[in-house]
Design a binder for this molecule. Structure first.
Ligand code: BEZ
Ligand code: FE2
Length: 406
């Protein structure tokens, strides 16, 4: 058992002052130091600097580790040219990201306070890097392929990757499933994968309604995807419409990424099934997809969380940077309220959406914790200051083990 003695503790809705935390793998008790010393006389007491803040480790629910080699290769500004550039450069990017490249991306997340991430894995090339990561990992094996003729081969490959990820037996590693998107996965494949997901109660994610091209293709089989599908896949119409796609996820809470172009009806379905929206503001901006309407989501009582997406559509895997961009992107929302929601979105809410017992400094939760060096006593506006000032993170604990600092 160890005891941390910060000046301040950020719990979702209150700031505790002069309380200490006794923990091993999990947080055992939060109380004044003298009480904890009495209860745990053998525990090591860790002294912290003046103005230290203890807060939960951050959770990045959506990242593509395999695409971490991209810096200037992919085309930004518009979704379809970006997608063409992904397809054209896919092999170069995937082969160009060896284990050191993926390790660097994973370590950069750790450096910026990310203690849990959701890795969407297209090829399984990132399995070993994610298995070796310091962080908790939800490993989403992705299913993709809209051509019926390829269905058996693609499903076989998906099953092999799923099985390989199940063979990773370490604390904090969870096997899960990703359905790429409504336009890129044949309904037969989705149904087969969903059977496994429901039988084994796996976490599930999908990209949904990211671009105008997707909206037009699913609604009317026209728009910018028309040429793409005709030329590359010899298809004249979409494999499913958006209602059919969403129906697959009824009664299984799913993490839906982007949702920028969803209509009222889809938002009602998302809400009534308690799905969570993953908001990736930098990716949306770089691919020309506009800004998610957070007010509309809130009106529909839909939970949203913030994530980075991959380096295929971002310049950093850093949730402080992501939250800062979100704070400026959603300029129609009250600043302090948005800042608080953003902090909750990458801690307590993301943990709940991923089904992991973390994201909160509270008794019983995993000891995934950051020590932040504030420069003075925090005010009511702490959430804004945390997002704007990028304070030094002097210690990072994951499942109670010190991963950064001394
Ligand atoms: C496909 O494999 O069918 C696909 C992949 C990416 C975009 C669209 C379709
Ligand atoms: Fe993504």
């Amino acid at each position: 058992m160890q005891i941390l003695t910060p000046n301040y503790i950020l719990t979702p809705n209150t700031l505790l002052v002069d309380m200490s935390v006794a923990f091993d793998k999990t947080i055992h008790k939060i109380a004044p130091l003298h009480e904890l010393k009495k209860e745990f006389p053998e525990a090591e007491v860790i002294e912290l600097k003046e103005n230290s803040l203890l807060m939960p480790g951050l959770i990045n629910a959506h990242v593509h580790v395999e695409f971490s080699a991209n810096k200037t290769t992919l085309s930004y500004g518009d979704f379809i040219p970006w997608l063409y550039s992904v397809i054209e450069n896919r092999d170069e990017l995937i082969n160009g990201c060896n284990s050191e490249c993926m390790e660097r991306a994973i370590n950069s997340m750790l450096e910026s306070g990310i203690t849990t991430f959701g890795a969407v894995s297209s090829h399984g090339m990132d399995l070993q890097a994610c298995a070796n990561a310091s962080q908790n990992v939800v490993f989403f094996n992705e299913l993709i392929g809209s051509q019926a003729t390829m269905a058996d081969a693609l499903f076989g490959d998906f099953l092999a990757r799923l099985d390989a990820s199940k063979s990773i037996k370490r604390e904090g590693f969870y096997t899960a499933v990703a359905i790429h998107s409504p336009y890129s996965v044949h309904p037969i494949l989705i149904k087969k994968a969903l059977q496994i997901v429901k039988n084994e109660n796996l976490k599930l994610t999908a990209h949904f309604m990211e671009s105008n091209a997707e909206r037009e293709w699913l609604d009317e089989s026209k728009g910018d995807f028309k040429d793409f599908f005709q030329n590359l896949l010899k298809q004249n119409s979409a494999v499913s419409d958006s209602d059919e796609f969403l129906e697959n996820f009824n009664r299984h809470k799913t993490l839906l990424t982007h949702v920028v172009k969803a209509n009222e009806n889809e938002l009602k379905t998302i809400s009534s099934n308690s799905h969570t929206v993953i908001h990736c503001p930098i990716s949306n901006r770089l691919l020309g997809n506009g800004a998610l309407d957070l007010k509309k989501l809130q009106k529909h009582n839909i939970r949203w969380i913030c994530a980075t997406d991959g380096l295929s559509s971002n310049y950093k895997l850093d949730l402080f940077e992501e939250m800062k961009c979100a704070l400026f992107m959603h300029s129609n929302m009250p600043l302090l309220d948005l800042a608080k929601k953003l902090i909750n979105s990458v801690t307590v809410d993301a943990a709940d959406a991923l089904g992991i017992s973390t994201g909160e400094i509270s008794e019983g939760k995993n000891a995934d914790m950051l020590i932040i060096d504030l420069d003075k006593k925090p005010s009511e506006e702490l959430a804004i200051h945390l997002i704007l000032h990028r304070y030094n993170i002097s210690k990072i604990y994951i499942n109670g083990i010190l991963k950064k600092g001394s």
